[in-house]
Design a protein around this ligand. Structure first.
Ligand code: SF4
Length: 231
């Protein structure tokens, strides 16, 4: 297991304003500049990963480093894979400690956008680091709860976190009773080599989602469950 905690916080003001649809010359832009400066002085994006090996596979389960996960889609995605990288990336708890009044929804929204961009710093760093360190080619990632509830149940966050031990002590991320992560701008999952890039969005029928990365493909979704001859 390795903790990556020297990730540089890089959030460009122009990109942030464009994302928030805020005019550069506006009063809001000045407030956002101050908020970004406060964020930059404390932000510590982080990530953690483990190198794990597939120990056993059944029809809809896969045992990774001694921990069993139940998901037909995960199982099939790892059909020809032996080594995987369980991982968690986060914007860092420090950004949650910036004081904003509970009724100041606008600043909370701006801070959330900053946190999202800090998380993107962590994800990119982790991706580059793994590819460089382990000479990896094309990779994909699957997360518990992503796509739709039955692809890989969100409850399996618990097993995923168990691979690392005390994740809160290691990188400040903890699970709520409903298996969501705090800080909210954190991602967890299994990173694996793949010839054809996997996107959970292709298996997700949600109609309105600003985060969609690929169109829903009903046939692809059905193919995971129809072909019972596949092991
Ligand atoms: S469409 Fe949205 S909800 Fe569905 S998997 Fe993609 S990002 Fe997640």
């Amino acid at each position: 297991m390795e903790v990556l905690n020297d990730i540089v916080f890089q959030v460009d003001m122009d990109t942030l304003l464009a994302r928030l649809h805020i005019d550069k010359e506006s009063e809001d832009a000045k407030d956002i500049q101050h908020l970004l400066q406060s964020a930059a002085s404390v932000a510590r994006p982080k990530a953690i990963y483990e190198v794990s090996y597939i120990q056993h596979k059944s029809h809809n389960t896969v045992n990774i480093g001694g921990v069993t996960f139940t998901s037909r889609v995960l199982r099939l995605n790892l059909d020809k894979v032996e080594r995987v990288f369980p991982c968690i990336a986060t914007c860092g708890r420090e950004l949650d400690e910036i004081a904003i009044a509970s009724d100041d929804f606008m600043r909370q929204f701006w801070l959330d956008a900053i946190k999202e961009m800090a998380l993107a710093n962590s994800i990119k760093y982790l991706d580059d680091y793994l590819k460089r360190s382990y000479a990896l080619g094309q990779m994909s990632q699957m997360s518990p709860g992503a796509g739709s509830q039955n692809l890989w149940p969100i409850e399996e966050q618990k097993q995923l976190f168990s691979i690392f031990g005390n994740v809160k002590d290691l990188i400040g991320v903890e699970l709520t009773d409903s298996f969501l992560m705090i800080p909210n701008k954190s991602v967890s999952g299994i990173y694996f080599p793949t010839e054809i890039r996997f996107e959970s969005c292709k298996l997700c029928p949600r109609e309105v989602c600003p985060g969609r990365k690929a169109p829903y493909d009903k046939n692809l979704l059905e193919s995971y469950y129809k072909d019972r001859t596949r092991r």
